[in-house]
Write a protein that binds this ligand. Structure first.
Ligand code: ADP
Length: 377
């Protein structure tokens, strides 16, 4: 008989930090959470040493861990679902490092460190791309360039935040009392990084991020969609290398470039004081969300609900109102009283709105733990 997978450690292993949460999956309660920082730069020398710190932090709770779930940035087209990271799958994942040269070595390093520290405990990889790539049709997923670039280099849309979109999709189906296979949604993960997904029958048919997380919405430090020729013009005029251009577009653009801050709270405070740049940045952000939302509502054949999550989606009354104000054509009106609330599962559209807009706090760690149990089950 198979052993029941009850105690699950969730690991998010980054280049210089390692976040973890420990769950009891019988009750889906969190037993512990923590963070080890400055890996390789003053703190633990590598991920294995960082995990030893985790074991020390957990104390007795580290005993009897049944399985470990890992957040992994990129699964390419190989991983269309979460997977047991045995030798064969680790070898496949290592071939995908080119898609995330910064994150992937750390993600996979975390798995290898767990193999050493938690001997015999199975490791499951949960890929940020998998929920999207599993079902996204080619008409949404392919770019209109010579197909040889797809064949040679895998240049196509993959999408990210898949674990979050999946969690809120399942939660929304439950909230709407609809079977997952019948639910149509536009899911909006709005945080420092942001993306929308078009969900038809519980499955992704489009999402705003692309080959990398740079595409789509206006984000904290990323520009989102931009005419590719604009990038080439800047590179030529400023003599930028591809690496420099990458840094410019990923780390020095978006809200940061427009306002001097990437933090939505600061920007809302500035806009309230009449700062024109902050005002414009918020309008650009809301406009683009509304633009994709309208398109996604069309391609899924009409949404049963629009779901908001992430730091901004869960907390920013102001940004939510700016978005909803633009959705009149979909028969949506904002319920100001409900929208003043935060966090919990709340409907922020009025009762007579044609499509309910629901705020659902995301829980990527719990989704990873659930997938870990499912994959091993
Ligand atoms: P990440 O993508 O790094 O996980 P989060 O999902 O935590 O980021 O989102 C961070 C964003 O959420 C920031 O722009 C922050 O200003 C915004 N945010 C968090 N709390 C609030 C709040 N109470 N009001 C407005 N914005 C908020």
């Amino acid at each position: 008989m198979k052993k029941e997978i009850r105690k699950v450690l969730v690991v998010n292993s980054g280049s210089s930090s390692l976040k973890y949460q420990l769950f009891d999956m019988k009750s889906e309660t969190r037993l512990a959470k923590g963070l080890v920082e400055r890996i390789g730069c003053g703190g633990p020398k590598d991920h294995a040493e960082a995990l030893k710190n985790v074991v020390a932090q957990l104390g007795d709770a580290a005993k009897g861990i049944d399985a470990i779930g890992h957040r992994v940035l990129h699964g390419g087209e190989v991983f269309t679902d979460s997977a047991l990271m045995n030798k064969a799958n680790m070898a496949k994942a290592k071939k995908l490092v080119k898609f995330g040269p910064l994150h992937m070595p750390a993600n996979l390093g975390g798995i290898e460190a767990c193999e050493k520290i938690f001997k015999g405990v199975p490791n499951v990889g949960v890929f940020d791309t998998a929920f999207h790539i599993a079902t996204m049709p080619d008409c949404a997923g392919m770019y209109a360039i010579d197909p040889k670039f797809y064949k040679k280099y895998g240049i196509r849309k993959y999408g990210f935040h898949g674990t979050s979109h999946k969690f809120i999709t399942q939660a929304a189906a439950k909230f709407l009392k609809k079977p997952l296979s019948k639910v149509n949604l536009v899911t909006c993960h709005l945080g420092n990084g942001s993306s929308l997904a078009a969900i038809k029958g519980g499955k992704v048919i489009d999402t705003t991020m692309g080959l990398t997380p740079l595409a789509g919405l206006v984000m904290g430090t990323r520009c989102g969609n931009i005419d590719p020729a604009a990038v080439l013009s800047i590179m030529e005029a400023e003599h930028l290398t591809p690496h420099e251009a990458d840094t410019l577009l990923n780390k020095k653009s978006g809200l940061l470039a427009l306002t001097g801050s990437s933090d939505c709270r600061d920007i809302c405070a500035k806009a309230a004081k009449g700062d024109r740049h902050a005002e414009l940045a918020l309008e650009m952000l809301a406009y683009r969300v509304a633009l994709y939302l309208g398109g996604y509502n069309t391609v899924i054949g009409g949404a049963d609900a629009i779901v908001l999550t992430g730091g901004i989606g869960e907390n920013s009354t102001e940004v939510r109102e700016r978005i909803l104000k633009r959705l009149g054509a979909l028969g949506i009106k904002v319920d100001k009283k409900a929208n003043a609330k935060r966090g919990e599962t709340i409907v922020i559209s009025t009762k007579d709105s044609k499509i309910p807009v629901v705020v659902i706090p995301t829980n990527e760690e719990l989704m990873i733990a659930r997938d870990t149990v499912r994959v091993l089950g």
